[in-house]
Design a protein around this ligand. Sequence first.
Ligand SMILES: [Zn+2]
Length: 313
Amino acid sequence: MESALAACCLLLALLLALPAGTAAAAGPSRTPTPAPTLTFTPTPSPRPTLTPTPTRTAAPSPTSPPSLVPTPAPTPLPTSPALTAAHEHRFGTSAEGRPLLAYLLGHGSQDVLIVGDIHGAPEVNTAALVWSMLETFEREPALLPAQLSLVVVPEANPDGLADGTRELADGVDPNRNWPTADWSPDSFGPDGYLPDGGGPAPLSEPETQALAALVTGLRPVAVLSYHSAAGLVMGGPAARAGGLFDAYVEASGYLGGYWTAYPVGGDFAQWCDDDLSIPTVEVELSDHLHPELDRNLAGTLAVVQAVARNPPY
Ligand SMILES: [Zn+2]
């Protein structure tokens, strides 16, 4: 018995001494799951933050010495590409070679003509006003009744505007040179008597000739002519009969009346209204500085609406 027990213990000891894999080999085969191969994937390094390159600063140009020549006041210009709805039309050339420009707006068959700055530099606020009114109608074309078009001349005397004078380059007053019954070579202005201010003959000047041709060619249904600075609205028989004078006075709030400060002959508005029977409203702004856009836009809208309701011809 003892030897059998010893043999049994020996066998057990041998079994226990065997490696585990050997014993397992006797059971069902197990393929050991291969350990996942850990491949080292390098983490991409973060991109370097792109630091904005500083904008190149232009090297300062050497300061130019101050000019001793006075800079002329800038002429107001149409300022925005969005304001190109008006068609620019050159209707003449001034004595000093500057273009005489009209701006055409709208698709109606009847024209309303607006004229600014016949009297050059001292009345530059009338040019500013007419430019502003043109821009207003370009931004809001629905303000203009459909049957009307606008023809806008912001600067009827560009030489005077550029040269700092009220008169044309040769000294003729462009608002005393029209072929009215009371035209005279002698004239008066705010500075008193101006001999030869009316010119050697009616329409002796390229500026008045060009504007006269524009008016007779268009035959507008109404004319608005701007001056400064009497704070007054005037109208001839046609403008009064057609209600345009009253419409402008009421909407603008200016005094309506007649010019009495000094004798005026050969006046553009008088020629349009008295001689051509084109209803014409002549407006004197209140001073030489302010365009007074709001009240003049109100007056102009009242006129175009009155013309649209009751065209003169
Ligand atoms: Zn004037």
